[in-house]
Design a protein around this ligand. Structure first.
Ligand code: C2E
Ligand code: MG
Ligand code: MG
Length: 626
């Protein structure tokens, strides 16, 4: 049985107390009626001593009722002993039943109330035992009672009162116990439900999923079947939550849960693991099913969501693990589905991926990078290289700062790899600040050396662009190094600029207003809308290296490069071609009106010290043109 929570235990305790109190009060009232009746009868029979008993009963009752105020827990023993003596004394004075029965009842219930269930059982045993003993002694002629048994037996009043008291008490105790049980079971059922369901969506939670999956694995292995675990994560959910508020986020999650439940059969399980992570478990499947279900899940969740008066879009990244193919235990199956989900995300999201053992290696590598990155930040292992950009006459127009991580004793990792990891775990904020600060300090050093450095471009990641205090931090770093804003440039990718269109535009606007230059990096490799680009304070577009690479051999790439140049010029922007490696590329770009180039043909990225010559000349020797 599920262990009960403190809260439930407290509720049950309160119900028990209520039951005990009610029973007690009815008992005491019934006992009182019985006593008063007997008192009237005894007075009528000319026995004034019978008044003592009800008075004693009344006094002890008051002690019990006022126990809190007079601190009667300390005199509890005294109270119950007196009640016992009063009842037993009554037996000798009045006979076997009547008053004594009423006082014995009070004795039992007050003992229960003071000393709990055990106290009640002891008191009841003692009462019944005494009554039986006295009856045996009386019937055996060993003791004489003032009113003999036949007189009591022939008095209809005693019978009615006794039957009424016992009957009402039995009814009350039984009905209260029944009620208590019903409440107890209901609370247990509620607690069980709450412990296994997510309060927002009503889906199963992780705990429930784990036990259902555990059972499903056992069934599948026994019946020689396969089962599939889908782990879904919503792309860009955090953005929606951050920009539209948790309320909108919650409504989206509820809608996602409804759609998910609609996609699967009743025998399948849908669970919410946390935040925007869901799991669908197909406990029995024919293998073509899996791909079909995965595609249906992606399609269904990718359709627009009407939340309030907005239309929101998100898409799931789905990772799939299969039992027994991939693993045979709950933890590993979920972990592998998670790994596969990351692989789907790495492909841009909105798709599904089956788990493959190679992914494990990739995930382990990511983890290793993550650990080493933390160390690199602490030990200051990063360095910056700078790559010149020139115009078509060879004049130095700018430098791009590129992060290098020589690594501790290992071959250096390309930035694209470790930056992706740093983006995901948030370390990019710290690393990015270090890059900007280092660039500012480097500019200061060049200025102090009497050089005339050109603008230095820093790459900004999506996450950095999202931070609302970006402009303020940049302003602080520029001021600290006493470097004019015009010497700093930021490169953002189309995807980063589009991802949070509104806040990106605001943050870029603030930077632009400070005098910092902005350009779109890797243009053509992502997706962006022209209307959005027009709203940004841009100075330049950088044509992605992938179009430059084949520009001399692929007519399509040449057409794209030409189109990009024309488009940029019509928007009043400069065009920079990156990754220029050959003379042919250089000539084609020059002939098609490209403004600037950057690439190995001109100069490779190099540490600051290696750039003194180029900086003092202000130009780079042009590649020999044909
Ligand atoms: P990117 O901003 O597009 O940087 C240009 C990349 O092209 C650099 O790669 C550079 O070394 C490389 N490159 C330049 N000329 C040529 C060429 O002629 N041929 C070829 N094959 N490659 C060339 P790198 O340094 O490996 O950087 C890769 C990406 O990492 C950068 O792409 C940028 O997106 C990111 N990155 C680098 N440093 C930073 C940084 O400080 N912050 C952020 N957020 N991202 C950075
Ligand atoms: Mg760049
Ligand atoms: Mg680039």
């Amino acid at each position: 049985m599920t262990p009960i929570s403190d809260e439930l235990a407290e509720q049950i305790r309160a119900i028990r107390e209520e039951v005990v109190l009610k029973t007690l009060s009815v008992t005491l009232i019934a006992g009182g009626v019985l006593l008063v009746g007997n008192m009237a009868r005894n007075l009528h029979l000319g026995n004034p001593l019978s008044v003592v008993h009800p008075l004693l009963y009344l006094a002890l009752l008051s002690v019990y009722l006022l126990r809190q105020r007079i601190g009667a827990t300390r005199i509890a023993w005294f109270t119950v002993i007196l009640l016992y003596l009063a009842a037993t004394g009554g037996l000798f004075i009045y006979g076997l039943a009547g008053n004594s029965a009423a006082v014995y009842m009070a004795f039992c219930f007050i003992s229960t109330s003071f000393f709990g269930m055990r106290g009640g059982v002891v008191a009841a045993t003692l009462s019944v035992g005494t009554m039986v003993l006295v009856a045996i002694l009386h019937i055996g002629g060993r003791i004489a009672l003032s009113i003999d048994l036949p007189t009591f037996m022939h008095n209809p009043y005693s019978w009615v009162a006794a039957v009424l008291t016992v009957g009402s008490m039995s009814w009350l105790v039984l009905s209260q116990v029944g009620r208590l049980n019903a409440r107890h079971m209901k609370l247990l059922a509620e607690q069980h439900h709450q412990a296994r369901h997510d309060p927002l969506t009503g889906l199963h939670n992780r705990l429930a999923l784990e036990s259902i999956l555990d059972q499903a694995i056992a069934d599948a292995l026994r019946e020689d079947r396969e089962l599939a675990v889908f782990l879904l994560d919503l792309d860009r959910f955090k953005n929606i939550n951050d920009s539209l508020g948790h309320n909108a986020g919650d409504r989206l999650l509820v809608e996602v849960a409804t759609r998910l439940a609609g996609c699967v059969r009743g025998s399948d399980t849908v669970a919410r693991l946390s935040g925007d992570e869901f799991v669908v478990l197909l406990p029995r499947l024919a293998s073509p099913d899996v791909t079909g279900v995965a595609a249906k899940l992606v399609d269904t969740l990718s359709a627009p969501y009407a939340i309030g008066d907005r239309e929101l879009r998100t898409a799931p990244s789905v990772g799939i693990s299969l039992c027994p193919r991939d693993a045979r235990d709950v933890e590993t199956l979920i972990k592998y589905a998670d790994t596969a989900m990351y692989a789907a995300k790495a492909q841009g999201g909105g798709c599904f991926q089956y788990f493959a053992p190679e992914m494990n290696a990739a995930a382990t590598e990511r983890l290793r990078i993550e650990c080493r990155l933390r160390e690199a930040i602490d030990l200051g292992q990063f360095a910056l290289h700078f790559q010149p950009k020139i115009d078509m006459s060879g004049r130095l127009t700018g430098l791009e700062a590129l992060l290098r991580w020589p690594g501790a004793g290992e071959s250096s990792l390309p930035p694209a790899q470790f930056i992706a990891v740093a983006e995901e775990n948030g370390m990019i904020d710290e690393i990015g600040d270090w890059v900007i600060a280092t660039v500012c300090r480097q500019l200061r050093a060049w200025l102090d050396d009497g050089l005339d450095p050109p603008r230095v471009a820093v790459n900004l990641s999506t996450r950095q662009l999202r931070a609302s205090d970006l402009a303020a931090r940049v302003a602080g770093l520029l001021a600290e190094a006493a470097v004019p804003a015009r010497l700093l440039e930021f490169e953002v990718t189309e995807t980063a600029a589009m991802e949070n269109a509104e806040s990106a535009a605001r943050h870029l606007g603030e930077l632009g207003a400070m005098g910092v230059t902005l350009s779109i990096d890797d243009f053509g490799s992502g997706y962006s809308s022209l209307s959005h680009l027009r709203s940004l304070p841009l100075d330049a577009l950088k044509i992605d290296r992938s179009f430059v690479r084949d520009i001399a051999s692929d007519a399509n790439d040449l057409a794209i490069a030409r189109g990009t140049i024309a488009l940029a010029h019509s928007l009043g922007l400069r065009v920079i071609a990156e990754g220029v490696e050959t003379l042919a590329q250089w000539q084609l770009l020059r002939d098609n009106g490209c403004d600037e180039v950057q690439g190995f043909l001109i100069a490779r990225p190099a540490p600051a010290e290696a750039l003194a010559g180029i900086l003092s000349l202000g130009r780079v020797p042009l590649p020999t043109t044909g």
